[in-house]
Structure formats: structure tokens, C-alpha cells
Write a protein that binds this ligand. Structure first.
Ligand SMILES: NC(=O)C1=CN([C@@H]2O[C@H](COP(=O)(O)OP(=O)(O)OC[C@H]3O[C@@H](n4cnc5c(N)ncnc54)[C@H](OP(=O)(O)O)[C@@H]3O)[C@@H](O)[C@H]2O)C=CC1
Ligand SMILES: CC(C)(CO)C(=O)C(=O)O
Length: 293
């Protein structure tokens, strides 16, 4: 089976290395006008350095394409490749937030399978040829459309992702991560604070209101998220990642675009469609947009 990574950043390199370590055939699609490195170094969670080789992908031979760009880059990155991919190829989207799957689904042929992956691993780019596996986590992935995966592809995909089985209701798993990102990311980005600062009681009301709204929209969208359990999970993640600077806070501080439209923005968009008002998530979107102007 031929796997390829599109989006060779921090998570792309971590996954590439995991696939190589599992002795799978994995290549990389370069960004237009950018050369791929021949090798890179991955520093694992024990501080051990591993060297990995990079093979450029032959697009018409790809069985499974794993997209590891930021959410707002997914559609633009995929569009020019769709025609060149085999009609039986599968696509895995591995990003925070939700939304691009809707447009990607429409781009795919009837035979093509679309999967979503959500991970709690952490990866940090040190340089274009060095990445740190900064936090051990777990990854859930599951199919949302298309024909069932061939057994060999499924086995190899799971081995590469380090997952035991495909998650039946992966959209629920993604919403569970979404509610965490909706609460932590914008507040840490707007206030430019580490995740642990959100334990301060001045954030209690905003966090509770955001979580309640996300759970209401999820329910209207057919996903059951328990509001109390979700709130507790948010506080568990804040505590467990207290010293982290969230990805959105990092983006705002560095003056980069953020994933707000796929995080709180997606909740607002679904809310509008489903008749659920989302004033608190709207406010987060507006504040983050203002912070990046
Ligand atoms: N890093 C982490 O620890 C975690 C990240 N995530 C999520 O995973 C996703 C990826 O994150 P991360 O790896 O950190 O992000 P990065 O920015 O490090 O990686 C994205 C990569 O995609 C590349 N890219 C963008 N557009 C294209 C294109 N058209 N063709 C090919 N490549 C392209 C980017 O290149 P360029 O930089 O040149 O634009 C970059 O190398 C995000 O949604 C993030 O929220 C989830 C959990 C943990
Ligand atoms: C869980 C959390 C909030 C950890 O920082 C994250 O996923 C992010 O920063 O995007």
C-alpha cells in the first residue's frame, strides 16, 4: 500500500516517521514551489534523535493520502491533486476543528473513502529538518464516507497511526476534541496566556457558556455531548496542559492565521444552519479575528 503525506509540518513529520517506523511505504507531497528535504530528524519523547528519509510521492500510485495541513489549508492543498489521485484512493483529514470535510466530501468520487483523524499527540517544529515529538497521546480515526476500506489498507493505516481499531463514530470523537479547542484556544489566544491561566475564576463564565453552546449545537447536529462531562473534560485538559501555549495563542503571538473558522467558527456556522444561537462562540470568533488584524 502506498501512503502519502500532504502537509509536511509538525504533525505531518510525526506521522511520516510513525509510518516509516511501522515499515510502511510512505512518501510526501511537496508544497508547490517548495523543495522537500531528503532527510529530517525526529526527537522522540525520550529525547532520542531518529533520522528519517523522505521520498517524494508519485501521485497516481497513492492508495491513501493523509492530509496534515492546518484546517484552513486543506481544501486548497487537496483540490489540485484530486484529479491525479486514483479513483479508488482514500483520504484521511488530520487537523483540529471541523468543516473542510464537507467540501472535501463533495470533491471526491463515489469510490473514494474519506476518514477523519483526531490526535492528542504533540509535535513541534524546530527547523525545516527537525521536529520534536513533544507529547505522547492517542489518535482516533474513522471513516465518514465512501466504500469500506480494503482489509490490508485498514490494517496498515491503523499500524501507521498507532490505533487499535477504526472508531465507529469518529464525528463524535472530533466534536469531543472540538469542545476542548473551542474553550481553550480562543481565550488563551485573546489573553495571550498559557492554558493553565484559564483556571483563574475570571474565565469560568466564558468557559461554561462556550461549552454549553457547543453541546447544544452538537445535539442539534445529531451528536450527543454531555455538557457537564464536557466541562469537566475541558478543565482536565487545562490542568494537564497548564504550561502549554495553545496552538491558537502561538499563531496569534506569531501573527499567523488561526484555525478559528474551523473551531468556534464551525460551531457558529452549524448553529446558524440548525437554528441554535451561539453568541458566546460568535464573540470568540470576533475577538480572535480582531486580535489578528
Ligand atoms: N502540532 C501539534 O502538536 C498538533 C497539531 N494538530 C493539528 O494538526 C494540523 C497540522 O498542525 P501542524 O502540523 O502543527 O501545522 P504546520 O503548520 O506545522 O503544518 C502544516 C504544513 O502544511 C503545509 N502546507 C500548507 N499548504 C500546503 C499545500 N497547499 N500543499 C502542501 N503542503 C501545504 C505547511 O507548509 P507552510 O508552512 O509552508 O505553509 C506546513 O508545512 C492543525 O490542524 C493542528 O491544529 C493537532 C494536534 C496536535
Ligand atoms: C488541547 C490543546 C488546547 C492543547 O494546547 C490544543 O489542542 C491546541 O493547543 O490546539
Amino acid at each position: 500500500m502506498q501512503f502519502a503525506i500532504l502537509g509536511f509540518g509538525a504533525i505531518g513529520k510525526l506521522l511520516h516517521w510513525q509510518f516509516q517506523r511501522a515499515k510502511l511505504n510512505v512518501s510526501v507531497i511537496a508544497k508547490a514551489q517548495q523543495a522537500l528535504p531528503n532527510t529530517y530528524e525526529l526527537i522522540d519523547t525520550n529525547g532520542v534523535h531518529h533520522s528519517a528519509h523522505v521520498k517524494p510521492a508519485h501521485i497516481p500510485s497513492i492508495d491513501c493520502l493523509i492530509v496534515c495541513t492546518k484546517a484552513y489549508q486543506v481544501v486548497d492543498a487537496l483540490k489540485p491533486l484530486i484529479e491525479q489521485l486514483p479513483s479508488s484512493s482514500s483520504i484521511v483529514l488530520c487537523h483540529n476543528g471541523l468543516g473542510p470535510h464537507i467540501e472535501v466530501c463533495e470533491l471526491l468520487g463515489a469510490e473514494q473513502s474519506l476518514l477523519l483523524a483526531t490526535t492528542t499527540h504533540g509535535a513541534l517544529t524546530k527547523s525545516s529538518t527537525q521536529v520534536i515529538h513533544s507529547g505522547l497521546g492517542t489518535t482516533k480515526l474513522g471513516q465518514i464516507s465512501g466504500s469500506p476500506l480494503a482489509p490490508l489498507l485498514e490494517r496498515q493505516l491503523l499500524a501507521g497511526f498507532g490505533a487499535e481499531r477504526l472508531t465507529d463514530d469518529v464525528l463524535s470523537a472530533v466534536w469531543q476534541k472540538l469542545v476542548i479547542n473551542c474553550a481553550i484556544n480562543p481565550l488563551t489566544a485573546i489573553h495571550r496566556v498559557a492554558n493553565g491561566e484559564l483556571l483563574d475564576k475570571r474565565f469560568n463564565a466564558d468557559i461554561a457558556a462556550i461549552v454549553a453552546e457547543v453541546c447544544q449545537v452538537a445535539r442539534a447536529d445529531g451528536i450527543t455531548l454531555d455538557p457537564q462531562a464536557s466541562l469537566e473534560k475541558v478543565y482536565q485538559v487545562i490542568t494537564a496542559t497548564a504550561s502549554n501555549t495553545s496552538s491558537m495563542a502561538q499563531d496569534v503571538i506569531a501573527g499567523r492565521p488561526t484555525e478559528i473558522s474551523a473551531i468556534n467558527g464551525y460551531v457558529c456556522q452549524r448553529g446558524t444552519l440548525l437554528g441554535v444561537t451561539t453568541p458566546n462562540n460568535d464573540k470568540m470568533v470576533q475577538w480572535v479575528v480582531n486580535a489578528t488584524r
